[in-house]
Ligand binder design. Structure first.
Ligand SMILES: NC(=O)c1ccc[n+]([C@@H]2O[C@H](COP(=O)([O-])OP(=O)(O)OC[C@H]3O[C@@H](n4cnc5c(N)ncnc54)[C@H](OP(=O)(O)O)[C@@H]3O)[C@@H](O)[C@H]2O)c1
Length: 268
């Protein structure tokens, strides 16, 4: 019997590439996005509506899938959104909305799917975090924090669900080519902001990294290799060698030296 996959954020970028690849491999794939009518029907998977900032929408998507397939073997928490701006000037409501998309929404979705997987006595949940969740990045503190929260939640949950045959891991991407910059929330610039010049320099560097990033298919293939594993790792990092190594460096370098390197890297 083909395994049934639910993957959020399948209208674009990493999620679209992963949905396509898993469907090609024979999985039955349900991808989600907020408004499927906005997109062409994908050739080999179904695109249904799910807004992570709307709890009722999360419930309806799970019910729709269960009504049609009766089971969920794999959940991939891929959808997420960027948020950027000087932390001093960021509106708290924007931060809340980002946590809703990147952390609370995925947790609520897991809460809906885990009972199904427990009944099946098996299941696999993969959450897409970010290499940026291992460190506070300048002007991306909100993003690092919401993805970091999802990463830690996963560490805890994984131990809680292990006795029920459910596997869980995170995949932390480095920079990948996608539409993330166009969906990102940009904190409105304050007039005569003292951060203006330095923030603009940072933003240019960040956008250049994304547009020269790795192709999303690399993540798709990585996920396909992880899903059949009996004993997956807790965290996987996928990205350019320097980005992956930055997490190791953070663990071994004196904190002030690591900070100096980050500031140089982002041209502060
Ligand atoms: N690209 C990178 O360099 C990079 C690096 C590290 C981590 N990541 C993470 O990788 C994941 C995929 O990102 P991507 O780069 O592929 O970005 P993307 O091209 O912008 O795709 C994001 C997907 O998430 C969906 N989405 C956004 N907000 C949503 C919401 N509130 N509710 C439901 N769905 C929502 C979007 O669908 P609609 O807009 O159609 O609803 C879209 O399908 C994200 O979690 C991102 O944080 C990406």
């Amino acid at each position: 019997m083909s395994k049934v996959v639910l993957i959020t954020g399948a209208s674009s970028g990493l999620g679209k590439a992963t949905a396509c690849h898993l469907a090609d491999l024979g999985y039955v794939v349900y991808g989600t996005c907020r408004n499927p009518n906005q997109y062409e029907t994908p050739p080999n998977y179904k695109l249904i509506s799910l807004d992570l900032n709307q709890p009722t929408s999360i419930q309806s998507a799970v019910e729709e899938l269960l009504g049609e397939e009766g089971r969920i073997d794999v959940l991939i928490n891929n959808a997420g959104s960027g948020i950027i701006g000087p932390m001093e000037e960021l509106e708290i409501d924007a931060l809340r909305a980002n946590f809703e998309t990147n952390c609370y929404g995925p947790l609520l979705l897991m809460q809906k799917v885990l009972p199904v997987m427990r009944k099946q006595k098996e299941g696999f949940v993969v959450s897409i975090t970010s290499i940026g969740c291992a460190m506070g990045l300048p002007f991306r503190g909100a993003y690092s924090a919401s993805k970091g929260a999802l990463s830690l939640l996963t560490e805890s949950l994984r131990m809680e669900v292990k006795p029920f045959g459910i596997k869980m891991c995170t995949i932390a991407p480095g920079d990948f080519v996608s539409d993330i910059a166009s969906r990102r929330y940009y904190a409105p610039q304050k007039e005569q902001s003292p951060y203006e010049a330095i923030y603009k320099r940072n933003l240019a560097t960040i956008d250049a990294h994304v547009s020269s990033g790795i192709q999303p298919e690399v993540i798709a293939h990585k996920i396909a290799r992880i899903l059949p594993q009996k004993n997956p790792k807790v965290h996987y990092r996928v990205g350019a060698p320097l980005q992956k190594f930055s997490v190791v460096l953070k663990g071994i370098l004196p904190s002030r030296l690591f900070e100096k390197l980050l500031l140089l890297f982002f041209k502060n």
